[in-house]
Ligand binder design. Structure first.
Ligand SMILES: [Zn+2]
Length: 385
């Protein structure tokens, strides 16, 4: 209790709940939820939905045919009729296959909790639930209606959730994304690159490599020349990267290959660079006489530019400072659903989730002692936006 006001601070309250937070994280990690396994994601979704119903949220299951169902939990403790809304975003799916738990079980060691999805981002889901508990326990109720949207397919590009995310974001004054923080000092993500995939398909002409090579047009050679050309478009300092990640072509060594293709990962820090790069790819022409080229794909996530995050970040920094926490920021190359909401011009702050290491790796883990701090930060943001 704070003697002067008679009110308990959310951080203090949350620190006394650290063990419960860790226990809930364990439950969440044990309910494996690989993006491509609908039945598993749905099973985990039921657990998440139940937690939100316990907190008197209005829970809606947004049923999906192929992907896992999304969950929309509306929390409006003051019963506000106001149209004003804040959106909290997270995903329930993980990059791991079913039974990954067998080789990376949920475990606690030296102040960290390990397991598939603990960091990316089941820790974030736990933080949201306890942030709400802390607000209820300390009476610091938000002015606005809070919508928590938990999606099922972020790790595979958000094909079934993008439209829902954008619809909710358009109604919201701010979007808070519970993706993992950057670094063990818990930096927030105030910028993310745009990203996409571009496929270059080359068609040449098959011929015998020994009998009539002059009749052939080598599709592999065409692709190799194209890769050499597009790799010169890399400008890492400007935030532009072009990476030939998958290549395929040819049948036998004594055949001049008719078909070859490459899939290229493209990223850009600025929307203008994203559009220019896409245009350059689609303007590629064959380099070998007689070869044909087809270009497919493009950017799938626009960039999260810092200007969309700046005001929220400043607010978060101030709130953290009041709790004695020094917060930093980071610009990262990876995308998230925050890219979609920022592209709509809705203020978006990302990386508010767990603090840890090793996302998408067998070593994935979170710092347990940061759980209460992150939940307190989210709670104070929710009651001050
Ligand atoms: Zn994630």
């Amino acid at each position: 209790m704070n003697a002067s006001t008679g009110k308990l601070s959310p951080l203090k309250w949350l620190k006394s709940r650290e063990a419960e937070m860790t226990q809930l994280l364990g439950q969440f990690v044990l309910a494996e939820s690989p993006s491509l396994k609908k039945s598993s994601v749905d099973r985990f979704g039921k657990i998440v939905a139940r937690e939100w119903r316990h907190r008197d949220a209005k829970v809606k299951i947004l049923a999906q045919r192929e992907r896992g169902d999304h969950i929309r939990a509306e929390w409006n403790p003051r019963g506000n009729r106001s149209k004003r809304q804040v959106l909290v975003l997270g995903h329930m799916d993980t990059v791991y296959e079913q039974k990954a738990l067998a080789r990376m079980p949920f475990r606690i060691s030296k102040g960290r909790a390990y397991g598939p999805g603990a960091f990316d981002m089941k820790g974030g889901l736990v933080i949201a639930l306890f942030a709400v508990d802390a607000l209820a326990a300390t009476g610091a109720m938000p002015e606005k209606r809070i919508v928590f949207l938990w999606t099922s397919d972020e790790e595979i590009g958000s094909g079934s959730s993008q439209a829902v995310i954008e619809r909710e974001a358009r109604r919201s004054d701010a979007v808070l994304v519970l993706e993992p923080a950057q670094g063990l000092d818990g930096r927030l993500k105030t910028g993310r690159k745009a990203l996409g995939e571009i496929e270059i398909i080359a068609t040449g002409r098959a011929a015998h490599a020994g009998l009539n090579p002059e009749d052939g047009i080598n599709a592999i050679e065409e692709i190799a020349l194209q890769i050499a050309r597009v790799s010169r478009w890399n400008q890492p300092r400007r935030g532009i990267t072009v990476n030939a990640g998958v290549i395929e072509g040819g049948t036998r060594t004594n055949v001049i290959p008719e078909h070859a293709r490459v899939i290229i990962d493209v990223r850009a820090a600025r929307a203008t660079d994203m559009r220019a790069l896409e245009r350059k790819f689609h303007a590629l022409r064959p380099l070998l006489h007689g070869a044909k080229l087809e270009i497919r794909g493009g950017f799938t996530r626009p960039p999260l530019e810092r200007k969309t995050a700046a005001a929220l970040y400043a607010k978060a920094r101030t709130l953290a400072k009041e709790m004695g926490i020094e917060l930093g920021e980071a610009f990262v190359g990876g995308g998230s659903d925050g890219n979609f909401t920022a592209a709509l011009g809705v203020p978006t702050l990302d990386g508010l989730g767990a603090v840890g290491e090793g996302a998408h790796s067998p070593n994935e883990n979170i710092l347990i002692r940061a759980l209460p701090e992150r939940a307190a930060l989210l709670a104070s943001l929710l009651s001050s936006i």
